[in-house]
Design a protein around this ligand. Structure first.
Ligand SMILES: Cc1cc2nc3c(=O)[nH]c(=O)nc-3n(C[C@H](O)[C@H](O)[C@H](O)COP(=O)(O)OP(=O)(O)OC[C@H]3O[C@@H](n4cnc5c(N)ncnc54)[C@H](O)[C@@H]3O)c2cc1C
Length: 494
């Protein structure tokens, strides 16, 4: 089998992977990036709103408080403070690299002040990622899917990779997981097709701990095909109406359309159930076409015209707060394995992510994790690939349809139990060889089972996790799954 060797292997070429790779190559390290899909790949290029940066020293405290409030008791305040303190340095670096951040910050839901910096109207993620990619010198292999990690004893020493050209082994001094989220576990999602939670499954398989998987943020305003209508639209005056044409958000929260995302998502869910539909009226936004060109184009592609009529919207799976447990520097606790971006659970988002804090976390922790990884390079003489996880794609596709109901915005015990029973009846196998579809189905099935277990075990409502049968908050705690072998799935508390 073809074998390559590098210092740092970065799995994923979204904001966390590419920015991390820039940090490592600036230190003279050999860096290799893999992207499962053609560039620009991942969720990053789809980000519309922008990046939340504290405005100044005084705003740091307010940004921290907003982050803590959204995270409902599960944000690690030390981690959050350290990320926010470092944020201005990264903004300066990005501006120095020539990235075209708009000087006027926007306000988004849950933020007490306008502090979200966008690029190119609503093309923030695309311009950010393209700008970073243009400055990267290290090679990126496109269409290369990491299917399992190489282990030497308990140390991660590279990855086993699949491509159309055949299998490949990459031996690495350290691995940075930056594979993004798991939105594709749900039937309606804003995430791109590669968001199948591969990195979480890879890390779990190598013995890492997965934390708080039940916290999935549902974006309240997606178009029928999952295309996002950015929260910034509501920040700039768009209002939500039910099928009777009534503005309902003030009945649910005094912040109305700018209430935290979970509040708006549930309100949209209930109003859709009660009245048959929910619509977002974008017509109050001045210069709509110029300010939100992507939204207008996506709506028109569906035959809708936001300049003339409100758009039909519904909640869609959007962001995974949970993931591979790390500290604020991307350490997973497994030697040689680091994680950053949406795949990781650093403690910054808690039970609910504050809008536009994720690109910020990807930047800060991506940078830090890559530098930490360089301090911990090792090249053991031999390493063996772990078997990969595979499942039948058709069975997982039909489970995905059910996940929308059972694991969606509003959850309850019977539906979760029934879903878990069905998910555990679908075979999840360790394999030495499989196609992309079977491997992605394997990641999804593992995560469906873990997410359902975590959602069942959390008998309370907190942040993005809402249980109809336990509508109140209990005491704050994390849920944990420590991986290793198939069938060993303890649920823990922290
Ligand atoms: C529509 C939308 C709008 C958003 N808007 C905002 C916003 O305004 N502000 C904000 O802060 N956040 C926003 N978010 C969230 C944010 O975009 C993501 O959380 C962030 O971009 C994730 O970055 P990442 O680097 O972790 O992963 P991603 O950008 O998702 O990149 C993942 C990378 O991993 C690769 N990959 C995956 N699996 C494998 C594998 N097995 N082998 C090899 N490569 C693999 C993919 O090809 C890709 O290159 C939005 C998300 C969406 C979907």
């Amino acid at each position: 089998m073809e074998t390559l060797e590098t210092d740092l292997l970065v799995l994923g070429a979204g904001v966390a992977g590419v920015y991390g790779a820039l940090a490592a190559e600036a230190r003279g390290a050999r860096v290799l990036l893999l992207s499962k899909d053609p560039l620009p790949s991942g969720s990053t290029p789809w980000a519309q709103g922008g990046v939340a940066f504290p405005l100044d020293e005084a705003d740091l405290e307010a940004h921290l408080q907003d982050t803590l409030r959204a995270g409902r008791g599960l944000v690690d305040p030390m981690v959050a403070r350290s990320i926010l303190e470092e944020a201005p340095r990264h903004l300066e670096r990005l501006l120095a690299l020539g990235l075209p951040f708009h000087p006027e910050p926007t306000r988004e839901g849950g933020h007490s002040r306008p502090r979200v910096r966008h690029l190119g109207g609503d093309r923030s993620g695309l311009l950010l990622l393209k700008g970073l990619l243009a400055r990267l010198r290290s090679p990126i292999l496109e269409g290369y899917q990491a299917v399992s990690l190489l282990l030497s004893g308990k140390r991660v020493a590279g990855a086993w990779v699949l491509s159309l050209k055949g299998p490949l082994l990459v031996r690495a001094g350290a691995v940075l997981l930056a594979t993004g989220g798991l939105g594709r576990l749900f039937p309606v999602t804003t995430n791109p097709k590669g968001a199948t939670g591969d990195g979480m499954a890879l890390a779990w398989r190598a013995g890492a701990t997965l934390r708080d998987l039940e916290f999935v943020q549902f974006h309240p305003t997606a178009l029928p095909d999952g295309a996002l209508v950015s929260e910034a639209c509501r920040g700039e005056g768009a209002i939500l109406l039910n099928a009777q044409g009534e503005r309902f958000m003030p009945r649910y929260d005094p912040q109305a359309e700018l209430a935290p995302r979970d509040v708006v998502a549930r309100a949209v869910h209930w109003e859709r159930e009660k009245t048959g539909g929910v619509y977002l009226d974008l017509r109050p936004i001045p210069n709509l076409g110029e300010r939100f060109p992507t939204v207008v184009a996506q709506a028109r592609a569906l035959g809708l015209d936001p300049l003339r009529a409100p758009l039909p919207v519904a909640p869609a799976a959007h962001y995974a707060m949970g993931g591979v447990r790390t500290d604020a520097f991307g350490h997973t606790g497994i030697p040689g394995l680091f994680a950053a971006g949406e795949v990781a659970s650093t403690g910054f988002h808690g039970a609910n992510r504050l809008a536009s804090n994720s690109l910020l976390e990807g930047l800060v922790v991506g940078w830090r994790a890559a530098l930490r990884a360089l301090e911990d390079l090792a090249f053991p003489p031999s390493a063996t690939p772990l078997p990969a996880l595979a499942a039948p794609p058709e069975a997982v596709a039909s489970l995905r349809e059910e996940a929308g109901e059972a694991l969606g915005v509003v959850r309850r015990k019977e539906a979760l139990l029934a879903f878990l029973r069905r998910a555990e009846a679908v075979p999840l196998e360790e394999v030495e060889k499989a196609s992309r579809d079977r491997l992605e189905a394997g990641s999804l099935l593992l995560l469906m089972r873990l997410l359902a277990r975590a959602a069942l075990a959390r008998e309370e409502s907190r942040g993005a996790h809402f249980r109809e049968d336990f509508p109140l908050e209990d005491r704050p705690r994390h849920s944990l799954f420590q991986g290793w072998r198939l069938g060993f799935l303890p649920v823990g508390v922290e």
